[in-house]
Design a protein around this ligand. Sequence first.
Ligand SMILES: [Zn+2]
Ligand SMILES: [Zn+2]
Length: 188
Amino acid sequence: MKSITKLDLQYAHRFYGFKGEAQYLHGHTGILTIEVEDSVNPGVNMVFPCNEIQKTAWDVLKNFDHALILREDDPLLPAVLDVYEKQGIRNGAPSNTMKGPAFKTELATAYPECRLVVTKETMTVEGMIKIVYDLLKDKLNIVKLTFTSGVNAASEEYVPKRSMDRCPLCGIAMDENGVCPKCGYRKA
Ligand SMILES: [Zn+2]
Ligand SMILES: [Zn+2]
């Protein structure tokens, strides 16, 4: 069975080099749907608690929320960084608190201190799915990701990798020692 959760991300981007309106900087509310598959955990009668899927995903993905997403070769990138630098917000601001851990993958690098994500490829809905899967594939048993943004939507399905050992009391993944990180339940 599957557990399905949604989260939204508000971001600004543009398609550098694209011949259309999208070559200009603009914003979206993107909606990401994450589908996780596993057996139904008999203790809690669920695959995985949806709020925990959200928490795990949001921890990383909050770097995309209220963020500017630019391709690495976009000339706006040095220009924006220069303005942030001069304004004194390049390395953070007291009001910029919704920061996840900085990350760097093949496809994207997050600079949470200035709410910027630099991507290797143009950040289309398809591009976002590739980035998100890469960031979350080792944390969740993802079988499908869907990302919609305005009239654009894309989805991709994945073969489930393994079954996770989950706590029979609260449903979340057990740690490597067989202990629940949330309630402390220990496997007999
Ligand atoms: Zn757009
Ligand atoms: Zn537990």
